[in-house]
Structure formats: structure tokens, C-alpha cells
Design a binder for this molecule. Structure first.
Ligand SMILES: C[S@@+](CC[C@H](N)C(=O)[O-])C[C@H]1O[C@@H](n2cnc3c(N)ncnc32)[C@H](O)[C@@H]1O
Length: 210
């Protein structure tokens, strides 16, 4: 993926600027690399932490959490009293995530849901300050439609991989490019949102609910 949105030298430069992570995040990054888990990585994790803190998000829902790297970043950034909902269809991923997040000392801030993330969302109650979408790319429009009514005004909907290796700019009809193009158009056409695609890594859409 490196070099497909930003040039490789700039990507490398941005990664170098991020200070070294603690032992647990480093272990998670190594595991993700070894077992090919597509985690957001340190550059995008900082953007997620910044957005969390700017709006003082406490109730956070993630669609697609894998080994819990982004979950841990949210739980730390949101601080005491946070409620971060982890979702993944893989029980093995959830087990690993729980182990890392427990060792990080923030497991009391996280609720784990194993199974389809949309079904898990329906089982929760109440509104959310921040919703992060990082599941199967073809499910982005459905996840957005389901989650949006329960995002508070002023809250953020954030979606990863929305430039999909730059393919969205090439009018490809292949999936998931086609769905991602449709999703981006839908988000930008909405009068209820203020969206910006931040071209970091694979593209991160940040939208504020007006
Ligand atoms: C890109 S990874 C998530 C990475 C994570 N957000 C991070 O940055 O640390 C996507 C994860 O979503 C899960 N997933 C995909 N579709 C799903 C669905 N419908 N319900 C639950 N999990 C799903 C996959 O198992 C995978 O682990």
C-alpha cells in the first residue's frame, strides 16, 4: 500500500515523525505485520486519538476491530469513563484483542462483541460521540446508514481506506472500488454532514454530523 496515495518518501517521513510506541502497541504492530492484519498503524492512530480528544468523545463504536489496535488507541485517547465498543467476526481476533487491552490496563473501558458488527450495533443502546468504520469495505454504506441516526450532533463518523489504494480516482468498476466510490459520493452529497477525506495512508474520511 505504501506510496499509492502519498509518495513513499513522504509516508516514510510521517511514520518517522511519530514517537516510538510503548511495548504493547509495538507488539500489536509486529503481530499485525507478521499475520497480515490490516490495522490503521501509528500515523492514522494519531489522527483517531486527536479526533477523539477534540470532541471529548466518550461513547465510541468501532465497526471492525481485528486485534484491537485502533480500539486501544480510542480507549486511551478517550480516558477514564470511556465506553469503546469493539466488534469483530473472528473469535480469535477478539481473544487477542482482549488480552492486549487487558495488559494495557484499559479493559474496563471496552465492551467486546464477537460476530457481525452490524448485528452487534443493533444490540447496543443509546447514542455515540464517535463511530469508526473499518470493516468489510462493501458494508460501509450499510454501516453508515445504520449508525448515522445514533451519532450525536457534533459527533464524528470516521471511515478508513476510503481512497482504496487510489483506485477510487481511476473509475474502476471492480469491487470494493465501486462501493467505495459510491460511499464517498453519498457522504459528500449529504447535507447532514461536513466530510473531509484526509489522504493519509489509504485515505481516512472524517465527517462531523451537523
Ligand atoms: C481492517 S481490520 C480492522 C482493523 C482495526 N480497526 C485496527 O485498525 O486495528 C477489519 C476487521 O473487520 C472484521 N470484519 C469485517 N467485516 C465484518 C463484519 N461484518 N462484522 C464484524 N467484523 C467484520 C475482519 O474480521 C477484520 O478483522
Amino acid at each position: 500500500m505504501a506510496g499509492e496515495i502519498l509518495n513513499e518518501a513522504v509516508e516514510h517521513y510521517l511514520e518517522e515523525l511519530v514517537p516510538p510506541r510503548d511495548g504493547i502497541l509495538t507488539e500489536m504492530e509486529e503481530l499485525a505485520k507478521r499475520d497480515s492484519h490490516p490495522i490503521v498503524g501509528p500515523v492514522v492512530a494519531r489522527l483517531l486519538a486527536l479526533m477523539t480528544q477534540i470532541i471529548d468523545a466518550k461513547r465510541i463504536f468501532e465497526f471492525g476491530s481485528a486485534i484491537g489496535y485502533s480500539t486501544l488507541c480510542f480507549a486511551r485517547a478517550a480516558g477514564g469513563g470511556a465506553e469503546v465498543h469493539y466488534t469483530d467476526s473472528s473469535p480469535e481476533n477478539a481473544e487477542r484483542a482482549k488480552e492486549f487491552i487487558t495488559r494495557a490496563g484499559v479493559v474496563s473501558r471496552v465492551q467486546f462483541h464477537v460476530g457481525d458488527a452490524l448485528t452487534s450495533f443493533r444490540k447496543t443502546r443509546g447514542g455515540f460521540d464517535l463511530i469508526f468504520c473499518d470493516l468489510d469495505k462493501k458494508q460501509y454504506p450499510a454501516a453508515f446508514r445504520l449508525a448515522f441516526p445514533r451519532l450525536r450532533h457534533g459527533g464524528l463518523f470516521i471511515a478508513d481506506n476510503t481512497l482504496w489504494r487510489g483506485s477510487v480516482a481511476r473509475e474502476s468498476e471492480e469491487e470494493p472500488t465501486r462501493t467505495m466510490r459510491k460511499f464517498n459520493r453519498m457522504i459528500y452529497a449529504s447535507k447532514e454532514l461536513l466530510p473531509v477525506i484526509v489522504p493519509l495512508r489509504d485515505g481516512v474520511t472524517v465527517c462531523r454530523k451537523l
